[in-house]
Design a protein around this ligand. Structure first.
Ligand SMILES: NC(=O)c1ccc[n+]([C@@H]2O[C@H](COP(=O)([O-])OP(=O)(O)OC[C@H]3O[C@@H](n4cnc5c(N)ncnc54)[C@H](OP(=O)(O)O)[C@@H]3O)[C@@H](O)[C@H]2O)c1
Length: 253
């Protein structure tokens, strides 16, 4: 029987590139997103993919999605918490950006916790239960143009490390993908794409690296510059913080 992967935020960028990998390896692939026309375009390009219009921050959407996955596929085997947004924020600005920041925390950090809660019974039932969380290389070194984003990714990193041994007795594997800068709509907003050490990686290359490491049993996957960020955050944290944050306040907000 085919395994089923559910990828939140699979309608573009990293999620979509990885969805194509799972399709190639004959999984049932379900991708979610808020924008229906984006999802419909994905379906038109990849007819074998399943699309679900579902917002990870909406409790009713998530409950309905869990029920639908149970009914359509007998449950999922892989929960891929990938949906995320990045806001450029200046904490020194008088402009009130509270709502944007709280939404960012909801999507990037609270949602993976909610998703695991509702999908845990299905993952326990699967013989290959797996949770994959997309955090970021910025979980190792904060990016000051996106302070709340950096906080959510560090929180997701710690949460992922903490749940790994807890889910082990239930034979659920926990994997973390910490991407470098990847050429996606999310990365285009930041003022960093020109910088050499942060040259964006094509999503397909990211997906290839992910797939190789995932298949080799690696649980903390650090493509490209993320590996260096991890090392430098231990060896020379002040130096790498400065290198990453030459332009600490975003020009565009
Ligand atoms: N690109 C990078 O440089 C980079 C680096 C490190 C980590 N990451 C992480 O990688 C993940 C994917 O980002 P990306 O770069 O591929 O960006 P992207 O192309 O903008 O994709 C983000 C995806 O998340 C979906 N999404 C956003 N809010 C959602 C919500 N509330 N409910 C359901 N889906 C939602 C979006 O679809 P809708 O807008 O239609 O909902 C879209 O499918 C994120 O977690 C991001 O933080 C990216």
């Amino acid at each position: 029987m085919k395994n089923t992967v559910l990828i939140t935020g699979g309608s573009s960028g990293i999620g979509l590139a990885i969805a194509k990998k799972f399709l190639e390896y004959k999984y049932n692939v379900v991708v979610t997103g808020r924008n229906l026309s984006k999802l419909e375009k994905v379906k038109a390009d990849l007819p074998s993919i399943h699309i679900e219009h579902s917002d990870v921050t909406n409790e009713d959407d998530v409950k309905a999605l869990a029920l639908k996955m149970e009914q359509s596929f007998g449950g999922i085997d892989v929960l891929f918490n990938n949906a995320g947004i990045m806001n450029l924020i200046d904490a020194g600005s008088d402009v009130n950006q509270l709502d944007r920041q709280f939404t960012e925390i909801e999507i990037n950090f609270n949602a993976p916790i909610r998703m695991l809660h509702y999908f845990l019974p299905q993952l326990k039932k699967s013989e290959k239960g797996t949770v994959i969380n997309t955090s970021s290389g910025l979980a190792y070194v904060p990016f000051t143009q996106a302070p709340t984003y950096s906080g959510t990714k560090a929180a997701l990193h710690f949460w992922t490390m903490a749940i790994r041994p807890q889910l082990k007795p239930h034979e659920i594997r926990v994997v973390e993908l910490l991407p470098p800068v990847v050429d996606t709509p999310l990365a285009h907003g930041a003022d960093i794409a020109e910088d050499d050490i942060l040259k964006p990686m094509p999503p397909q290359k990211m997906a290839d690296i992910f797939w190789k490491d995932f298949m080799n049993g690696k649980d903390e996957i650090t493509p490209g510059i993320s590996k260096l960020l991890k090392l430098m955050s231990r060896l020379a944290p002040k130096f790498i913080f400065k290198q990453l944050n030459k332009q600490p306040i975003p020009k565009t907000k």
